[in-house]
Design a protein around this ligand. Structure first.
Ligand code: NAD
Length: 484
C-alpha cells in the first residue's frame, strides 16, 4: 500500500503511527499517512534551522533563483504524477487540476524567484545635526524557519503560494499539509532532492491540527513565523500559539463572499461567472460566492439561467469526459454541507435546485457527492447567508439600488472577495471602492496575477501575500544608517 511519509532533512521518514488517506470519489483507501509526533516535528524544525545555517543560508540569490526555476521545471516534467496525485486526493475534475492546480503550483516558484531577483530596496541621504551627512539603505534578510500550514481545497497551489516566496527570500520551511491531501506535498520532496535543493530547506510533517503535527509545529519555539491558510477559527488557535514568542503570522482565512449582478451586466457572462464562482471545485474555494445579489429587473431570469447551469453540471470522477463537478473532500465535510442544506429548508428557503445528494452508481455511491444547490427567499439573518458553508451552493436575493447592493455585500464578518458584474464603468469603480474586501473582481472571478496583493479584510485574514507584498512577511527589512 502507498505510504505518505514525512520529509525531514532531505529524507523520507516513517513514523510509528499512521492514518488512512481516502479518495473523495469513492472513499477507497489510497494509502497510509505517517503522522508526525512532537519528535518528528522537532526534527523537521531542527533540520530547517541547520539548513539556514548551512549551504542554503550562504547561497547567492542568483543560485537560489536558478534552483527554484529548476523546481518549477521538475514539477512540469512530472506534471502527470502531480496531476494524478492531486486528482486522487481531491476528486476534482481533470480540467480544473490540469489548468489551475498543477500549472500554478509550478509557476509559484518561478514568479517569486524572479521578484526577489529584481526588487530593489530603498535608500535615503540625510543631513546630520553636525552639518555632515548620512546615508540610509535597506537590506532584506530571511525571517528564518517558516511554518506553513495548509488546507485541502487547492493543496499544491496554496502550499507553493507560500513555499515559493518563503524559499525565494532565503527562508527554510516546515510544511504541514492538510490531513485530507498529503500527496503532492510529499511528492514535492522528491522534486527538491532531484534538483539539488539542500536537505532541510523544505520539510513536510503530516498529521492533524490539535494535539498533532499542526499544533506541534505552530507551538514550536524554533519556528520564526507562521503562514496559514484555512478556517478563521483555526486561525484564532494558531494566533494564540504564535503569541508565545511574539511570532509573526500571515493568515488567509474563510469568506462569505458576495456576487453583485447589476441589470446592465452582460447577462450571459454574468451567469457563466457566477456559475463558476458558486460551483467550481464543488464550491470549495475560499473566493467562492455563496451570496448572490441580483438587481430586481433581471432577478427571475438570472435565477432561471443559473438553475439551468447548475443542473447541467455533471457529477463524476476526475477523468470522465464531460464531468463538471467533483465530490466534497470528506464524509465529515459532506455532513456539514448537508446540514446547511437542511437548515436552509428549515429556515424557509425556496430550493430552486438541488438540496440533496445525486444518485451515483457502483463504487461512486460511497463518495462524498452533493448536488449544486440554489436558494432564494431567505432573510439576511439566515445561517446559510451568514456562515461559510464551503459547498456548491448559493442564496440569491434581489436588490434595487447600488447603495443597497453595497450594504448587503458588506453586511458580513468576513471580507475576502467580491465579484461585480456591470457594464457601467463608473458604477464598477464606485462599488469596488466601497466593498470591504481584499480582492474585488469586475466582470470576472478568480483571475489572478501573482504580482498583485492577495488577502482578506475583516475576519478573512491578516496581511497580504503576492508580488512584492510577500516580501513583507518573508523578510526582515533592516535599515542601515551610515554616518559619512
Ligand atoms: P482548517 O482550518 O480546518 O485546516 C487547515 C489546516 O490547519 C490543516 O492542515 C489542519 O490540519 C490545520 N489545523 C487545524 N487545526 C489546527 C490547530 N489547532 N493548530 C495548527 N494547525 C491546525 O481548514 P480546511 O478545512 O483545511 O480549509 C477550508 C478553509 O480554508 C475554509 O474556511 C476556506 O475559506 C479557507 N481557505 C482560505 C483561503 C484564502 O486564501 N483566504 C484559501 C483556501 C481556503
Amino acid at each position: 500500500m502507498k505510504q505518505y511519509m514525512n520529509f525531514i532533512g532531505g529524507e523520507f521518514v516513517a513514523s510509528g503511527k499512521t492514518f488512512e488517506n481516502r479518495a473523495p470519489v469513492d472513499n477507497r483507501v489510497l494509502g497510509l499517512v505517517h503522522e508526525a509526533g512532537a519528535a518528528e516535528v522537532d526534527a523537521a524544525v531542527r533540520a530547517a534551522r541547520a539548513a539556514l545555517n548551512g549551504e542554503w543560508g550562504r547561497m547567492t540569490v542568483a543560485r537560489r533563483v536558478e534552483l527554484l526555476h529548476a523546481v518549477a521545471d521538475e514539477i512540469n516534467r512530472r506534471f502527470d504524477d502531480f496531476l494524478q496525485a492531486e486528482m486522487a486526493d481531491t476528486g476534482k475534475p481533470h480540467a480544473l487540476a490540469s489548468h489551475v492546480d498543477i500549472p500554478r503550483g509550478a509557476a509559484n516558484f518561478k514568479v517569486f524567484a524572479d521578484i526577489v531577483k529584481k526588487v530593489p530596496t530603498e535608500s535615503f541621504e540625510m543631513a546630520t545635526p553636525d552639518g555632515g551627512q548620512a546615508l540610509n539603505y535597506a537590506v532584506r534578510s530571511p525571517v528564518g524557519v517558516i511554518g506553513v500550514v495548509c488546507p485541502w481545497n487547492l493543496p499544491l497551489l496554496l502550499m507553493t503560494w507560500k513555499v515559493g516566496p518563503a524559499l525565494a527570500c532565503g527562508n527554510t520551511v516546515v510544511v504541514k499539509p492538510s490531513e485530507e491531501t498529503p500527496a503532492t506535498a510529499t511528492l514535492l520532496g522528491e522534486v527538491m532532492n532531484a534538483v539539488g535543493i539542500p536537505p532541510g530547506v523544505y520539510n513536510v510533517v503530516h498529521g492533524f491540527g490539535p494535539d498533532s503535527a499542526g499544533e506541534f509545529l505552530t507551538r514550536h519555539p524554533g519556528v520564526n513565523g507562521i503562514t496559514f491558510t484555512g478556517e478563521t477559527r483555526t486561525g484564532e488557535a494558531i494566533m494564540a500559539a504564535a503569541a508565545k514568542g511574539v511570532r509573526p503570522v500571515s493568515f488567509e482565512l474563510g469568506g462569505k463572499n458576495a456576487g453583485i449582478v447589476f441589470a446592465d451586466a452582460d447577462f450571459d457572462q454574468a451567469v457563466a461567472g457566477i456559475t463558476r464562482s458558486a460551483f467550481e471545485n464543488c464550491g470549495q474555494v475560499c473566493l467562492g460566492t455563496e451570496r448572490v445579489y441580483v438587481e430586481r429587473p433581471i432577478f427571475d431570469r438570472f435565477v432561471a439561467a443559473l438553475k439551468a447551469r447548475a443542473e447541467a453540471l455533471k457529477p463524476g470522477p476526475s477523468e470522465e469526459p464531460g464531468v463538471g463537478i467533483g465530490p466534497l473532500i470528506s464524509q465529515e465535510h459532506k455532513q456539514k454541507v448537508l446540514s446547511y442544506y437542511e437548515k436552509a429548508v428549515r429556515e424557509g428557503a425556496t430550493v430552486v435546485t438541488g438540496g440533496g445528494e445525486p444518485a451515483m452508481k457502483g463504487p461512486l455511491a460511497e463518495g462524498h457527492w452533493v448536488q449544486p444547490t440554489i436558494w432564494t427567499g431567505l432573510p439576511e439573518s439566515a445561517a446559510v447567508i451568514r456562515e461559510e458553508i464551503f459547498g456548491p451552493c448559493c442564496h440569491i436575493a434581489p436588490f434595487d439600488t447600488e447603495e443597497e447592493a453595497i450594504a448587503l455585500a458588506n453586511a458580513t464578518d468576513y471580507g475576502l472577495a467580491t465579484t461585480v458584474w456591470t457594464q457601467n464603468l463608473g458604477r464598477a469603480h464606485r462599488v469596488a471602492k466601497q466593498v470591504e474586501v481584499g480582492i474585488c473582481w469586475i466582470n470576472s472571478w478568480f483571475l489572478r496575477d501573482l504580482r498583485t496583493a492577495f488577502g482578506g479584510a475583516k475576519a478573512s485574514g491578516i496581511g497580504r501575500e503576492g508580488g512584492v507584498h510577500s516580501l513583507e512577511f518573508y523578510t526582515e527589512l533592516r535599515n542601515v544608517c551610515v554616518k559619512l
